[in-house]
Design a protein around this ligand. Structure first.
Ligand code: KG4
Ligand code: ZN
Length: 331
């Protein structure tokens, strides 16, 4: 069974074909970074318009790369939320129309479910059950995953997401958009330990997070009387350390609490090298294992949506009725 996946929740247009027998046949992503860079962040209206322009071209390109005819598509899966309403509507209307025209089922997929299952697309995938640490621009969550569609929330951020904290802090210290990866790169050149930044909720006793205070702590440093711009890399290193400390501690605590030994890390911040090093070494000591998506599938893409759609289809779950276009921006 071949599933066409469509992702348009934010500033990446992603399309993929996943075959339940042969695996991922092809996937293409178009990033809108250049389009939004001048504004220092994603402009929702521009994002929607660009998805409209790119989607048909990307679908053709992906089908060609996957050596798949449109008539061979057995189902269409798309991101129905959460995300930017206008951007989601582009993918949803395209997917539902295509499904109607082809006479095939259409599956609305939760964006985070896509991220959560994306490590299963790797060459050496984890078996269920596992703990998932979802760290994206919009969410920071710990989940206990027992199977497809069986997710129990263990904890989440009470304010900013980890990626959001990276992005906002990057802006604050004068880095361009997208800030997260740039801040991480700068941190590699810095020397940590000079600035005392808080580890919010490290000892809260639960598995929740809070990152907005960390951003404020950085603001206090850069607006203080002793601040020297040449110390920016050192501050970036200390900020990254603080975020990674909390993410690591809570993820390990979740494994301890659930008695599970497999941790899956997904979402954009999962690409962070420092986070990976810290998680890997901590897990090794305990005899646990950490799984990540392939690097190119860490950030938004259509492959994870096609895959989640295929798994849901295989489980007999088809949610749309009458090809109604529904999106859930705050799902
Ligand atoms: O999963 P994703 O592509 O989109 C959302 O669903 O949000 O995640 C994007 C987020 C952004 O906040 C970005 O700054 C962050 O992931 N990010 C990183 C790194 N690469 C991407 N944060 C820290 N270190 C990185 N290397
Ligand atoms: Zn995402």
């Amino acid at each position: 069974m071949k599933v066409l996946g469509i992702e348009t929740s934010c500033d990446e247009t992603g399309v993929a074909v996943f075959d339940t027998d042969a695996g991922l046949l092809g996937h293409c992503v178009h990033s809108q970074i250049d389009l939004h860079a001048a504004y220092g962040g994603v402009v929702p209206e521009l994002a929607s318009r660009d998805h409209i322009r790119r989607l048909p071209v990307l679908v053709k390109q992906t089908l060609a790369a996957a050596s798949c005819e449109l008539s061979q598509v057995d189902a269409v899966a798309y991101t129905a939320g959460p995300g930017l309403a206008g951007a989601l509507l582009v993918g949803a209307s395209y997917a539902e129309s295509l499904g109607l025209a082809l006479g095939v089922p259409v599956l609305p997929i939760h964006h985070l479910e896509g991220h959560l299952l994306s490590p299963l697309l790797a060459a050496d995938p984890p078996a269920f059950p596992f703990v998932a640490l979802l760290v994206s621009g919009g969410h920071t969550q710990l989940m206990q995953v027992t199977g497809v569609g069986e997710y129990a929330l263990l904890g989440e951020s009470l304010d900013d997401a980890a990626g959001e904290a990276f992005d906002k802090t990057a802006k604050l210290i004068g880095l361009g958009y997208p800030g997260g990866p740039q801040l991480a790169k700068l941190a590699e050149a810095g020397r940590g330990g000079r600035f005392r930044l808080p580890r919010p909720m490290l000892r809260s006793g639960d598995l929740d997070f809070s990152f907005s205070g960390l951003k404020t702590a950085v603001l206090n440093v850069v607006s203080g009387p002793d601040w020297r711009p040449e110390d920016t890399a050192d501050l970036a290193a200390d900020f990254q350390d603080a975020v990674v400390d909390v993410l690591c501690a809570k993820a390990l605590k979740a494994l301890e609490q659930t008695g599970l030994s497999r941790l899956v890390v997904a979402g954009g911040v999962g690409a962070n090298h420092h986070l990976r090093e810290r998680l890997n070494s901590a897990a090794r000591h305990k005899g646990w294992r950490v799984y990540y998506p392939e690097p190119e599938l860490c950030t938004d893409n259509g492959a994870m949506i096609a895959f989640a759609g295929a798994r849901r289809l295989a489980a007999g779950q088809i949610a749309t009725e009458g090809h109604a276009v529904r999106v859930y921006p705050r799902w």
